[in-house]
Ligand binder design. Structure first.
Ligand code: 5GP
Ligand code: MN
Length: 352
């Protein structure tokens, strides 16, 4: 069921917006295309509407997204802490996009915000079980936060102010969160939304070209190496995973965003419906999970990986385990679910 915003909600949010003096928009740590698309899409809209709006990201993002219209105006909390703090502290309206709990902004930013005097908070998100905010626009059935934002703009009658730049950012978020329209896009509304965005002259070929065809040679070689040397496939339980250690990151001159999409690779193998990626980070181990059927990776990530996400895409992290320990723990957790996974693997085989 798609979210319906009643007239009273629309009136209250519209009034609150008009009364605001300064708006800050904040997304989750390690922002992806949907987080940046949502933040920038809203930022362009509010600027066009004449508001004093700012977009703060907790930390840096992939180079493949740095070309996005408005990206140069983004305030990076990690690098421009004082400026970001001032903007956040002086904003009377805070929009949170593409996350369901303040913890997803990262510890430092979340703690800073929680100590500030209260301001009006608005959450726009598509993850399950959102925390409490003054206004919550949350729907797990939509493809992306960008699609949900477009619905919100439509309902609020703000779409008139969405220009080509804002529409391009929203389009990018929908495109990347559906893996280039390969998953989570079974609802026709996703495509009606895209059609409406294209009427605002979004250049869809340019967006896909800039996101996908500007990779570094080393990035593609790392993918090739992972596929040929590192991918573990366990057909009887329908899962596969890839582990990337620090030495390999160095060898392939790893930069943020270089392994985007790698976690999906095992899913392309026939009979595999559960995929994982483990990578050594700076002082932590990053875990990513994907599913292509009813196997719920959000539950799996919450159970033992200090994380969460959606039923089909989730993540987590460890600060108290080595990479080897994290992978060992993963294999153990999978073993604990052996019967469930075996049933699903057999079901998939039978359907084939
Ligand atoms: P990715 O694997 O691309 O890092 O993340 C996939 C999805 O999992 C994201 O859209 C996000 O919703 C969720 N996710 C990733 N890492 C974490 C985490 O540490 N905590 C929570 N709660 N969700 C995460
Ligand atoms: Mn998203």
């Amino acid at each position: 069921m798609r979210l319906i915003l009643d007239d009273y909600f629309v009136h209250r949010l519209g009034t609150r917006l008009v009364e605001s003096k300064r708006i800050v928009i904040i997304c989750h740590v390690n922002p992806d295309g949907d987080a940046l698309g949502s933040g920038l899409g809203l930022w362009h809209l509010f600027r066009r509407m004449g508001f004093d709006a700012h977009f703060v990201v907790p930390n840096g993002f992939a180079n493949s997204l740095a070309w996005m219209p408005g990206a140069k105006s983004i305030i990076n909390f990690d690098r421009q802490g004082d400026w970001a703090r001032e903007i956040i502290a002086t904003a009377d309206l805070r929009f949170f996009v593409d996350f369901n709990t303040n913890q997803r902004m990262g510890k430092e930013l979340a703690e800073y915000i929680e100590k500030l005097p209260k301001a009006t908070t608005v959450l726009v998100d598509h993850h399950p079980m959102p925390d409490q905010y003054d206004f919550v626009i949350s729907d797990t059935s939509v493809s992306s936060t960008c699609e949900l934002l477009h619905s919100l703009m439509n309902r609020m009658e703000w779409l008139l102010w969405l220009d080509k730049d804002g529409a391009t950012c929203l389009y990018l978020g929908i495109m990347t969160d559906t893996g280039g329209f390969r998953h989570n896009c079974g609802n026709p509304i996703t495509f009606f939304t895209v059609a409406e965005l294209i009427t605002k002259e979004v250049d869809v070929l340019e967006v896909q070209d800039r996101v996908n065809n500007r990779q570094k040679e080393q990035q593609l070689r790392l993918l090739g190496y992972c596929l040929s040397e590192k991918m573990v496939i366990v057909p009887e339980l329908g899962y596969g995973y890839i582990v990337i250690d620090s030495e390999e990151k160095k060898r392939f001159q790893y930069e943020k965003g270089d392994v985007e999409g790698f976690v999906n690779m095992p899913l392309a193998v026939k009979g595999i419906f559960f995929a994982a990626l483990f990578m050594a980070g700076d002082g932590d181990i990053k875990c990513s999970f994907r599913s292509s059927n009813e196997w719920d990776v959000n539950r799996f990530a919450r159970e033992g990986f200090n994380g969460g996400g959606h039923s089909m895409a989730a993540g987590g992290r460890f600060t108290d385990k080595t990479l080897e320990q994290a992978v060992e723990f993963f294999v153990q957790q999978v073993e604990n679910h052996r019967d469930e996974l075996r049933q699903l693997a057999l079901k998939l085989q039978a359907e084939d």
